[in-house]
Design a protein around this ligand. Structure first.
Ligand SMILES: [Fe+2]
Ligand SMILES: [Fe+2]
Length: 171
């Protein structure tokens, strides 16, 4: 069993996966479960800037989760349904991670139905959403004071870049 040090979820397998099936973090963040230590993973001191960035990240992830959920249900292409469904799951996990960092009791995922019924416009929207997230997370990582917050933002830049490539190769 391996543990992802970004989202703390466990993975059962002969070796660590190239991407965390929950948060999408790269293989380098996995450790064997017997070596995992969650001290400081979620009990984090946030200065005002890190807190504001974590709150903004939570908003971005919720917004992206509900957009992808909508798109996964509306497109007719099976590849599109599968793509947007897994992206919704990963962004939902990211939202859950920020919730833990911010020590919130619950978060709301509002109803959303304003996505397109066509694959291509949803891919274009996905691309611009991921683009914006990558830029913001990169800035937030650079200015983060708390090392754990910095690490999460850095890991998510890589994850959202994976997502960007998924839309790019289909556009
Ligand atoms: Fe993870
Ligand atoms: Fe995300």
């Amino acid at each position: 069993m391996f543990i992802c040090q970004i989202c703390s979820e466990a993975f059962i397998g002969l070796e660590a996966p190239s991407r965390c099936p929950f948060c999408g973090a790269f293989e380098k963040y996995f450790v064997e479960s017997t070596e995992y230590d969650d001290t400081g993973a979620w009990d984090v001191e946030l200065n005002d800037k890190d807190k504001a960035n974590a709150e903004k990240a939570l908003e971005v992830e919720i917004s992206n989760n509900i957009f992808y959920k909508c798109a996964s249900k509306k497109v007719s292409e099976l590849d599109g349904q599968k793509l947007f469904k897994i992206l919704a799951k990963v962004e939902g996990e990211h939202a859950a991670d920020w919730k833990k960092i911010l020590k919130l009791k619950k978060i709301d995922f509002p109803k959303y139905d304003k996505c397109s019924t066509e694959f291509k416009p949803n891919l274009e929207e996905s691309h611009s959403r991921e683009d914006r997230a990558i830029i913001f997370y990169g800035e937030a990582a650079a200015e983060a004071k708390n090392p754990r917050v910095k690490e999460i933002f850095q890991a998510f830049v890589e994850v959202e870049t994976d997502h960007l490539h998924l839309s790019e190769e289909r556009l």
